[in-house]
Design a binder for this molecule. Structure first.
Ligand SMILES: [Zn+2]
Length: 299
């Protein structure tokens, strides 16, 4: 996916592939970030699809990454997202679906959710008997979890506040946000019990919808700085000392109103009609087959 007619920019000198370590990367999508990049661009519900930092492609493994974006962690620490809370019930359904897949290979025990947000998956896991906790960098989201009596610590891995071993560690829509995915997976691998299981959920940049939408695919967004396909995801997991047990496609649940508004974001403003409130009460399960749910174990 190259932009025809665009001259490649000269490459900053110290760029390496976050998955395979190669230094052979080339710019395939010049960044189109807003002038004043702020924490709101990193909201889970941000809908500026197609807006990204410079995307480079590794010529050795094919991984797509945004190595020139400044330190994203500060943005996450400051980020709040009330729109995310509005879809809490639907996101709980999604968490239950993921936990069901996890239960098939690892029933119960200690669970850690990394990038836990306001604790939706942790709460769902506790409800079905896991001894669950989470860790989350956003001050506002972590505070909301604690206000709801959901055990979520503030921070990122590695953290002195979160100690293994864990029977399960979940990484749902997180790995595409971090500048050292293999480092994060390695930290997770060392925190797993001997037969522990890690669940990784992330968009698939080689999925059918990604191919059809091109650079306007909904997962091309400011907050996503790494783009995996089956091959690069496998490679990153293997490099972290884990092997894949199973691969599936997750189902998401959305209020109909939320989905309609997302579709509207692709339309010119004069075509965006008000969405009738009845659509707020309808929940739609959606599997676009453009994300992976991967279960893996320590080698
Ligand atoms: Zn690479």
């Amino acid at each position: 996916m190259t932009n025809a007619g665009q001259q490649p920019k000269s490459q900053p000198s110290n760029i390496i592939c976050w998955v395979c370590g190669s230094q052979s990367l080339s710019l395939v999508k010049p960044g189109n970030l807003p002038d004043n990049l702020a924490a709101d661009a990193f909201q889970i519900t941000d809908s500026r699809y197609g807006q990204t930092a410079d995307i480079f492609k590794c010529s050795d493994c094919g991984f797509l990454e945004c190595p020139t974006l400044p330190d994203v962690l500060n943005f996450y620490a400051e980020m709040d997202d009330t729109g995310y809370e509005d879809t809490r019930a639907e996101r709980a359904l999604q968490a239950e679906g993921l936990l069901k897949a996890l239960l098939k290979v690892k029933p119960g025990g200690r669970l850690l959710d990394v990038g836990a947000g306001s604790g939706i998956l942790v709460a769902a896991a506790k409800k079905i008997g896991f001894d669950a906790q989470g860790i989350e960098p956003s001050v506002a989201l972590q505070r909301r979890a604690v206000e709801n009596d959901i055990p979520v610590k503030l921070g990122i891995l590695p953290s002195a506040d979160v100690t293994g071993p864990f029977d399960s560690i979940t990484l749902v829509d997180v790995i595409e946000h971090v500048p050292d995915p293999v480092g994060l997976l390695t930290d997770i691998s060392t925190m797993l019990s001997e037969d522990g299981v890690c669940m990784v959920v992330t968009p698939d940049v080689k999925s059918q919808s990604a191919r059809i939408m091109g650079w306007r695919w909904w997962h091309f967004r400011i907050a996503h700085i790494g783009y995996f396909d089956r091959s690069t995801l496998t490679r990153a997991i293997n490099a972290a000392g884990m092997d894949i047990v199973s691969i599936g496609r997750p189902t998401w649940y959305f209020p109909a109103k939320y989905l309609i508004e997302r579709v509207f974001s692709y339309l010119p403003s004069w075509l965006r009609l008000p969405v009738p409130s009845i659509f707020s009460r309808l929940t739609i399960p959606l599997n676009l087959f453009d994300s992976y749910t991967v279960l893996c174990r320590k080698r």
